[in-house]
Design a protein around this ligand. Structure first.
Ligand code: ADP
Ligand code: NA
Length: 330
């Protein structure tokens, strides 16, 4: 029996993950460990497509790792490692880059958005070839399934195209991966601008719930979340995005259904609801924050776990890279 392989990663580009990363990705990562063979990567090579302070980047790799572990990623059941520790990622990315059309890469909407925002002169080749590195990340492990949000769907399509192209040119080498769309995938919006996705690059700090925030700050941010001029706790994402986002957060945190929550808070106004939401979120995040801080007290142990992970990942990645080089004629 072969257990399907899952690959996913997050950038170590902040000192704290946020509630969107947690409810939208990390909770799912932890659940996947029961049925799959997951490979979870701290994607530092991707992170440097945006300028990073070296000391902060180094710290944030450990901090991100500690948060994964504290949330329940288990190194016995997952391969957890740092992307730059496994050189095969950049090596395969080069080969795949030679097979990627310039026009094809130019059509990636995430690149188009970013380069439009910053201008072509401030845009780097690294940002342009980012999806090729992502394809290498995935294809190096014979990945069957990739949990992806909407924003990465196009990159996964490119990965599939590259795998198919390589296989037909050189013979069957890569598994062509599929998207894994979780049954309940929470998409969390900014608490102050509920039309925008909660993101580490959020405009306002107040709209961003960080895993590493002090519990009192988390409670304050939730109680100050933007709602609307009505008082009714009702799920209507288009007309009532603020309260609908809070209902989604509540449901994703406790497992209650939206209908149950609407019934429970009928006629009680937003104040009561937000107060309870602050409590359930703080209860959920407090042990994760505490465990993260505990793990960070022993950086040598984190480094040891990452070294073990890198060794396991390398062994797997090298097998496929060697086959690729062989087929290419190296
Ligand atoms: P950010 O948008 O803060 O830069 P990333 O793009 O690094 O976060 O995303 C890391 C992971 O977290 C991805 O799997 C992504 O789908 C998930 N994620 C990020 N923001 C949210 C959100 N607001 N709601 C749900 N999932 C999210
Ligand atoms: Na992002």
């Amino acid at each position: 029996t072969t257990t399907p392989i899952v690959f996913s990663g997050m950038q170590p580009s902040s000192d704290s993950l946020h509630l969107g990363n947690y409810l939208g990705a990390l909770v799912n990562w932890v659940a996947l460990q029961d049925e799959y063979d997951p490979i979870y990567c701290v994607v530092d090579l991707h992170a440097i497509t945006v300028a990073q302070d070296p000391k902060a980047l180094h710290d944030n790799v450990r901090r991100t790792t500690a948060q994964y572990l504290a949330a329940g990623v288990d190194v016995e059941r997952s391969t957890l490692f740092v992307q730059s520790h496994v050189p095969a990622h950049t090596e395969l990315a080069w080969v795949l880059g030679t097979m990627t059309g310039f026009g094809e890469a130019s059509r990636m909407t995430q690149f188009k958005d970013k380069s439009a925002r910053h201008g072509t002169d401030a845009t780097t080749v690294g940002l342009f070839t980012y999806p090729v590195l992502m394809a290498a990340d995935i294809l190096l492990y014979g990945t069957d399934l990739v949990p992806v949000g909407d924003d990465q769907r196009q990159h996964l399509e490119l990965t599939r195209d590259l795998a198919g192209r390589f296989n037909s040119r050189y013979g069957d080498t890569f598994v062509v991966p599929e998207a894994l769309i979780p049954k309940e995938s929470a998409r969390i919006y900014d608490l102050q601008e509920p039309e925008a996705k909660m993101s580490k690059s959020s405009a306002s700090e107040a709209g961003l719930v960080k895993l590493m925030d002090d519990p009192a700050i988390t409670a304050k941010k939730i109680k100050s979340a933007v709602t609307d001029t009505e008082r009714e706790v009702r799920y209507e994402p288009h007309t009532k995005p603020g309260i609908s986002n809070l209902l989604d957060i509540y449901a994703a945190t406790t497992g209650d259904s939206i209908a149950e929550l609407e019934a429970r808070y009928a006629g009680r106004g937003y104040g009561d609801f937000k107060k309870d939401l602050a409590e359930v979120v703080v209860d959920r995040l407090t042990p994760i924050r505490a465990r993260t801080l505990e793990l960070l007290e022993d950086p040598a142990e984190l480094d040891r776990l990452l070294a073990v992970g890198a060794e396991r990942a390398s062994e797997r990645a090298e097998r496929i890279l060697r086959e690729v080089y062989d087929r290419v004629g190296f």
